[in-house]
Design a protein around this ligand. Structure first.
Ligand SMILES: [Mg+2]
Length: 269
């Protein structure tokens, strides 16, 4: 493995759905896109052709995806070039090594989050919400954490997010809002813990990182250098940290800008 590792979030960082791509240029100047994910036969996530071409030029094993997606959701993604040996999924709950879950890590995570409230208690709070019109469903991510899928990204009742955050905090859980999804997770289920484990396994010295959501903040903080886009949860929260650069663009063009940043940091032209 290269002595540098590029840990990248996927959704709204490297790949973009139709609703997230937010192309703010005249139609005639819009970028050519490459499909990165199909779901039930339909194209779902994309990156720009320029970003895809640049990923081809990065060292073969340098990219380490770090996503809140479950293993099953992660496996739908096909990047222009397969990433290296390692991937972090389930918000740090799973480490994939050569595509297979590291079961020792999975056991370690279960121990680390044992002190937090039981998932049954969280579900007891979330399930009744499905009777309200604005919640489409409640989903389990491998019984590690749970999330609401809402009808609309701006469809939460006033005060709901703050109230749920407070309720979760009292139980050593936390929340993250990403578009139509409201995630609830044990506080100790963190991408950074899994990234640290991968760093030890790979013997990597230098860590570069990118991410847009609150669940990426701990990875951005631990990196030697990092970048975040001008959109997403951290942007909306006005989050800042020394050593974390902000893109000039937003939407899928920010995705391309972040790949350019990886390339520049790695000395790839
Ligand atoms: Mg994201």
């Amino acid at each position: 493995m290269s002595d540098t590792m590029v840990v990248t979030d996927l959704d709204r960082t490297l790949i973009y759905s139709n609703s997230a791509m937010d192309v703010r240029v005249p139609d005639a100047d819009a970028p050519t896109l490459v499909t990165a994910e199909f779901h039930e036969g339909k194209p779902l996530s994309f990156l720009t052709l320029a970003a895809a071409q640049l990923i081809w030029r990065l060292p073969a094993d340098v990219l380490v995806p770090a996503t809140t997606r479950t293993v099953k959701q992660y496996r739908r993604i096909s990047l222009p070039r397969p990433p290296g040996r390692y991937a972090v999924t389930s918000n740090g709950g799973t480490i994939l090594i050569d595509g297979r879950p590291d079961i020792r890590w999975t056991a370690q995570v279960r121990r680390d989050i044992a002190a937090a409230a039981d998932g049954a208690e969280i579900l007891g709070r979330l399930m009744p919400l499905t009777e309200q019109g604005w919640v489409r469903s409640v989903r389990s991510a491998d019984e590690l954490f749970y999330y609401l899928v809402c009808e609309r990204a701006d469809g939460y009742p006033d005060g709901f997010i703050d109230e749920l955050a407070e309720w979760c905090a009292a139980r050593e859980w936390r929340i993250s809002v990403q578009g139509r999804k409201v995630y609830t997770l044990p506080v100790h289920l963190k991408k950074s813990a899994a990234v640290q484990r991968v760093r030890e396994l790979a013997g990597t010295c230098r860590l570069l990182a990118a991410g847009d959501g609150a669940l990426d903040a701990d990875v951005l903080e631990m990196a030697d250098a990092a970048i975040r886009p001008r959109h997403g949860e951290l942007w909306e929260q006005g989050w800042q940290h020394p050593g974390v650069t902000l893109t000039d663009s937003s939407g899928i063009l920010a995705g391309e800008e972040m790949v350019r940043w990886y390339a520049a940091e790695l000395g790839v032209s």
